[in-house]
Design a binder for this molecule. Structure first.
Ligand SMILES: [Zn+2]
Ligand SMILES: [Zn+2]
Ligand SMILES: [Zn+2]
Length: 473
C-alpha cells in the first residue's frame, strides 16, 4: 500500500492521470460484457463523442473476447490518423495472442483484469498520450509515422515466419503502419536502414525464385541425360580386376554376383571389389550418375532455375537508430535548424534540411515506380513544371512550390503521390485500377490555375498500362 501511494505522489500530473479515453466494446451474443463497468470504475468515464479531439493522442480501450475481430480493429486503427494512438485491449488471454495483436496493441489484459493492472494501464496510456502530444506529426507520411511509433513505444520491427508471405516472413507491425504488402514493406525497411535511420539485425537468409521472387523453390535431382525426375538410388560396385564401375543391380546374375563387363564371378569385398558410393539411376533412360543435376523448381511459377541463380533475401529485425530517433522527434526527414540557445537535441548539421527532404522524396518516388514495375501494376506518372519568373528569390520560389504542392494535393486522390523532384518540377504518381478514372493533365492544370493563379505545364511520362514486364503469376 505504501509503495503504490508513493508512486502516485511522485508521478507528474499529466503523466499518471488519464485525461480522456475512448472505449470500444465488442458485443458478445448481442450483449455487452461486464468488463466495461470494471474498466470505467478505474479509468473514469470515457468520452461519448470525439468532438475535435486529436485521435492520435486519444487512448483507446478495446473490450472483447473475439481474437479475429480485435485483430481487424487493431489493423484498422494502425493506419492513417489513428496510427499512433495508445491502445489497450481487455479480454484476451496472453497465451493465445497472434503476432498481429501482440505487435499492434500497446497493452493486452486478460478477461476480468485486476484493479492494479487497470491502474497501471491507465498510467501507461496517459504517459504514451503525453509523449505523442509533444511530437510534430504527419500521418500521411507512413514511414515517418512508423519511426514515431517505434520511438514512442521503444519497439522494434520484428519479422515472423509466415507461410503466406512470398519471402516466408512477414512484418506485421510495419506492414500495418506502412499500409504496404510485405515486399514493399521489406523494401522500405531496407531503404531506411541504408540511410542509417534503422539498424538491421540478422534473423535469416533465404533464397527466392528469380522470376517471381517467391520462396517456394524446392531443389530437384534431374537425370543429366534426359532431365527426368524419375530417379532411384542404388549402391555401386567397382570391380578391381577390369576396373568396371556400375550399379549393384547390373552385377546380380541369378542370385550370384558377376561382373557385367568381364563376366568373372566376384565374391570378396575389399579383395575383388568395393562400393565407391551411391549412384542415381534414371528409371526413364537407365542412365546412371554419381552426381545428378540439381535444379531449383518454383512451385509458384513452375519454372526451373539453376540453384546459383536464386536470389538471396536477408530477413532482419529492425531497431530504430539515433538518426531515426531524431527524425521521429522532429517529425521531419531533414534536421531542423538549431536556434541560438536550443541545445537540447544533438542534430546532424552536415547537410541542408530542405535538400535532404527532397533527396529522400525523390528516392522514395523512384522506389514506388520501381516496385510498381516489378509487380506489373498499373501506374500513371505525370511530370508537372511550375512556370515562374526567372529572377524570383529563393524564398519566394520555395513558397510557390509549397503552395503548388498543396493545391495539387487537393485535386488528386488520397492514394496519389506528389513529389518535388527538382527546382520547380514535380512528379505525380497515380496508381490506377481499371474502374478508376484518373484526373487528366488538363483538368489538373486548370484546377491549379483557377484555384491559385499558378501556371503549370503537365506532361504524361508513363501511361496507365502496367509498367515493365508482367509479374510471372
Ligand atoms: Zn517463381
Ligand atoms: Zn534419363
Ligand atoms: Zn570385371
Amino acid at each position: 500500500m505504501d509503495l503504490s501511494l508513493s508512486k502516485r505522489t511522485t508521478r507528474g500530473q499529466s503523466e499518471g492521470r488519464l485525461k480522456h479515453y475512448q472505449i470500444l466494446e465488442l458485443k458478445e451474443f448481442e450483449r455487452g460484457t461486464d468488463e466495461a463497468v470494471a474498466i470505467k470504475s478505474v479509468l473514469g468515464e470515457p468520452l461519448a463523442a470525439l468532438g475535435d479531439k486529436d485521435v492520435a493522442q486519444l487512448p483507446l480501450v478495446i473490450v472483447g473476447y473475439d481474437h479475429r475481430k480485435i485483430e481487424r480493429l487493431l489493423i484498422e486503427q494502425r493506419e492513417g490518423f489513428t496510427a499512433l494512438r495508445p491502445i489497450a485491449v481487455v479480454g484476451l488471454e496472453g497465451s493465445k495472442l497472434s503476432a498481429n495483436i501482440m505487435q499492434l496493441a500497446d497493452i493486452v489484459l486478460p478477461p476480468h483484469p485486476r484493479e492494479d493492472d487497470l491502474s497501471s494501464t491507465a498510467a501507461t496510456l496517459a504517459t504514451l498520450a503525453a509523449h505523442i502530444e509533444r511530437l510534430p506529426r504527419s500521418p500521411r507520411d507512413t514511414a515517418l509515422t512508423m519511426l514515431q511509433f517505434m520511438y514512442t513505444r521503444g519497439r522494434d520491427i520484428e519479422s515472423g515466419v509466415d507461410a503466406q508471405s512470398p519471402i516466408a516472413y512477414g512484418f506485421p507491425l510495419a506492414e500495418g503502419l506502412l499500409h504496404c504488402d510485405v515486399l514493399e514493406t521489406q523494401s522500405v525497411l531496407q531503404d531506411l536502414s541504408a540511410r542509417g535511420l534503422l539498424d538491421a539485425r540478422h534473423v535469416d537468409r533465404l533464397f527466392t525464385c528469380p522470376s517471381c521472387r517467391g520462396y517456394q523453390v524446392p531443389v530437384k535431382e534431374l537425370c543429366p541425360e534426359c532431365k527426368s525426375t524419375h530417379l532411384g538410388v542404388e549402391e555401386s560396385i567397382h570391380h578391381f580386376r577390369c576396373g568396371h564401375v556400375g550399379p549393384e543391380s547390373d552385377f546380380n546374375v541369378d542370385g550370384a554376383k558377376q561382373c557385367p563387363k568381364c563376366f568373372s564371378a566376384i565374391r570378396h569385398i575389399g579383395v575383388e571389389y568395393n562400393r565407391p558410393g551411391r549412384f542415381s539411376i534414371c528409371r526413364q533412360c537407365n542412365f546412371w550418375a554419381a552426381d545428378p543435376d540439381l535444379a531449383a523448381w518454383c512451385s509458384n511459377c513452375d519454372q526451373y532455375h539453376s540453384p546459383a541463380d536464386l536470389v538471396p533475401v536477408n530477413i532482419n529485425t529492425y531497431v530504430i537508430a539515433q538518426s531515426g530517433v531524431n527524425v521521429a522527434r522532429n517529425g521531419r526527414w531533414g534536421p531542423v535548424p538549431v536556434l541560438a540557445g536550443d541545445s537540447e537535441d544533438d542534430l546532424d548539421l552536415s547537410s541542408n534540411g530542405e535538400d535532404l527532404d527532397k533527396d529522400y522524396s525523390k528516392a522514395l518516388a523512384l522506389k514506388v515506380v520501381e516496385l510498381a514495375q516489378q509487380d506489373g501494376r498499373a501506374m500513371t506518372i505525370y511530370k508537372a513544371n511550375l512556370l515562374h519568373d526567372k529572377d524570383i528569390s529563393a524564398q519566394s520560389l520555395q513558397d510557390l512550390l509549397t503552395q503548388t504542392r498543396d493545391v495539387l494535393r487537393e485535386v488528386l486522390r488520397e492514394s496519389d503521390v506528389v513529389v518535388n523532384t527538382s527546382d520547380a518540377e514535380f512528379l505525380i504518381l497515380l496508381p490506377a485500377s481499371d474502374s478508376e478514372v484518373l484526373p487528366s493533365p488538363n483538368k489538373i492544370k486548370d484546377y491549379v490555375y483557377l484555384r491559385a493563379g499558378l501556371k503549370v505545364e503537365i506532361i504524361t511520362v508513363s501511361g496507365a498500362k502496367p509498367l515493365g514486364r508482367a509479374a510471372c503469376k
